[in-house]
Write a protein that binds this ligand. Structure first.
Ligand code: SF4
Length: 351
């Protein structure tokens, strides 16, 4: 079994079975996540019977980096190989005061968004909790050892933020994602604050409620169209959950005070970037606890029918939303000189 599939709660239960106190579980977590020790026998403050039980029953594995690509703006894309030979991508995104890692949650994806490179690969399998956690652990270590990034006070953590926006639909693998978030936010592990992690969904409404009930991290919804006709075409999930249902579900989600849902809106030239689209979007989002990230599409060979909006259209779209009181930001794609779109490096490596 993989040790990094275990949450603190599960580990504490195992440790209690040996009559040992909860702090033994905390100490094991610290050895593994804060000191990156991968041999239970080196955990000198852990009781012998626990060391021997975990050595015999659990492995502490990492992932294998098989390719990296570095962009001019400092973004680094990682292609990882999993134990069964499958590959996934993650991205390190450095920016002045923050270092973000974008992680994958599935090998491929079932959702079929027509502008997405990963969708073209179909769906192979869900990632396990440890495979998700290890993307963060391994990139964090790479940033410290290979790139010399400075760490926080723990002396280990270089990464400041995590976004679940890589390959796969996170809420289609909700149990593994909730457990991974639980581990990543545990004080004895990497201790990320809940406001430093964002999980993005294409809009699986029942899972959105389940997720917000069980996890305190931030949620983003990838909307990308202001009307059902277009969204049906580019995001097939819209045939199951229509835009109005998605919007009214935002009103009912159990949010903390001052918590916002992020709405991601990728702008595609001539498809969803008109004044009318901006007006419809502003009406849809009126008075909701949301902020909008406008993302100009980053063209890639896997989606020849889509193009980036021109600069004036983007700025008009932004100005209109802002004039209607919608909180919005423009988020330019990073790493555009490498295989930056999710799934692109994997597709290229396969070829
Ligand atoms: S955009 Fe996200 S949800 Fe849609 S197919 Fe790609 S990975 Fe899946």
């Amino acid at each position: 079994m993989e040790f990094k599939d275990l949450t603190m709660k599960e580990l504490t239960t195992i440790v209690a079975g040996f009559g040992k106190p909860a702090y033994s579980a905390k100490n094991i977590f610290k050895w593994i996540y804060k000191r990156r020790v991968e041999d239970f026998n080196q955990m000198t403050d852990i009781a012998n019977e626990l060391r021997s039980y975990f050595s015999q029953n659990y492995k502490i594995s990492g992932l294998k980096i098989i390719e990296t690509e570095k962009a001019k703006d400092g973004c680094i894309k990682f292609l990882f190989e999993l134990k069964d030979g499958q590959t996934i991508e993650s991205v390190l995104i450095p920016k002045e005061d923050r270092i973000t890692v974008c992680v994958s949650t599935q090998v491929g994806c079932k959702m079929g968004c027509t502008f997405c490179c990963t969708a073209k690969q179909g769906f192979t399998r869900d990632l396990s909790t440890s495979e998700i956690v290890n993307q963060v652990m391994d990139i964090n270590y790479y940033a410290k050892e290979q790139l010399g990034f400075k760490t926080d006070d723990s002396g280990f953590r270089t990464i400041t933020n995590i976004v679940f926006m890589g390959m796969g639909e996170p809420l289609d693998n909700i149990e593994a994602v909730i457990k991974a978030v639980d581990i990543l936010t545990d004080h004895n592990a990497l201790a990320f604050g809940t406001r430093k992690i964002t999980v993005s969904t294409c809009g699986l409404i029942p899972q959105m409620f389940e997720f917000k009930k069980r996890s305190g991290v931030k949620l983003a919804i990838s909307l990308n169209a202001a009307n059902d006709e277009l969204r049906d075409k580019i995001m097939p999930i819209n045939k199951t959950y229509k835009i109005n249902e998605l919007i009214s579900s935002i009103k009912k989600l159990p949010l903390k005070s001052l918590e916002f849902i992020t709405i991601e809106y990728i702008l595609f030239r001539g498809l969803n970037d008109s004044k009318k689209d901006a007006e419809t979007l502003a009406k849809l989002l009126k008075d909701l606890p949301v902020k909008v990230n406008l993302i100009p599409f980053n063209p890639h060979p896997g989606a020849p029918d889509f193009d980036a909006p021109d600069v004036k259209t983007l700025s008009d779209f932004y100005d209109y939303l802002a004039s209607k009181g919608v909180i919005c930001n423009v988020r330019h794609s990073r790493g555009t000189d490498i295989s930056a779109a999710c799934g692109q490096l994997k597709s290229r490596a396969k070829r």
